[in-house]
Write a protein that binds this ligand. Structure first.
Ligand SMILES: [Zn+2]
Length: 239
């Protein structure tokens, strides 16, 4: 069986190589966080781990707008998909609707792994019990041998580039970068991965702005520019 799989994989590689010999388009996987319903099932936080975490707590919502985080994340991701495709990037989405129970973080990472994504970009907005908490920050995986050693350096570089572009496009305060060792979706990823927290939906100012089409487009533009810069492509292609 393993041999059959290996032969099949080789054939796929040959076919893929022949098809894309001219100009392979890089693939970016966009992961709009959460879904219509939370998922209380648990899953191991990394391959072989006995530590388990809930698949999806459901996300936050706008304290003024009432907007669901899942809907905001998707709105930005769909705009970003259009911008990236226009710029010559192939985009794979982990979801295109807010309609069901969240699939969990291992499943999201596997979509990115299968797509051989050049970047697995996870799109979220933050929530806090402190309504004054605000600003944009970007998370990336902490170094752990066997889990993230293969993606750590590229992920950290992507986080720095995308954070700068997103922050300058949105104009929210800069909360910087954060390493996380406990994010299931990071630990299962075999491709560079980051998670942006665009702003705080529990902050009235940022919630009001993020609920507007203008600011959703700003977020998408910043993410497009950061993504293209990380891929070594001209950011003017974002429009
Ligand atoms: Zn979230």
């Amino acid at each position: 069986m393993r041999n059959a799989v290996a032969v099949l994989a080789a054939l796929v590689l040959i076919a893929g190589g022949a098809r894309s010999a001219a100009a392979p388009r890089p693939v970016v996987v966009l992961d709009p966080g959460h879904d219509l319903r939370a998922n209380p099932e648990t899953e191991p936080i990394g391959p072989g781990s006995s530590t388990r975490k809930i698949k999806d707590g459901g996300g936050t919502h706008g304290v003024v707008s009432g907007l669901r985080e899942a809907d905001l994340n998707l709105a930005v991701a769909l705009r970003l998909r259009a911008l990236l495709e226009h710029a010559g990037i192939d985009v794979v989405m982990t979801r295109t609707r807010t309609a069901g129970t969240s699939i969990g973080n291992i499943a999201r990472a596997r979509i990115a792994n299968r797509a051989h994504a050049r970047l697995f970009l996870r799109i979220h907005a933050d929530g806090s019990t402190d309504p004054s908490a605000r600003g944009t920050h970007t998370l990336y995986p902490a170094y752990r041998r066997g889990w993230t050693d293969d993606v750590y350096t590229a992920s950290r570089r992507a986080a720095a580039i995308v954070q700068r572009a997103l922050r300058s496009s949105l104009g929210f305060p800069d909360r910087g970068l954060q390493e996380r060792s406990d994010y299931t979706g990071f630990n299962w990823a075999n491709v560079p991965v980051i998670l942006v927290e665009m702003g705080f939906m529990t902050n009235p100012t940022e919630d009001r702005l993020l609920a507007t089409r203008a600011h959703q487009l700003r977020a998408a533009l910043g993410l497009c520019r950061g993504t293209l810069q990380f891929l070594g492509r001209p950011i003017a292609a974002c429009g």
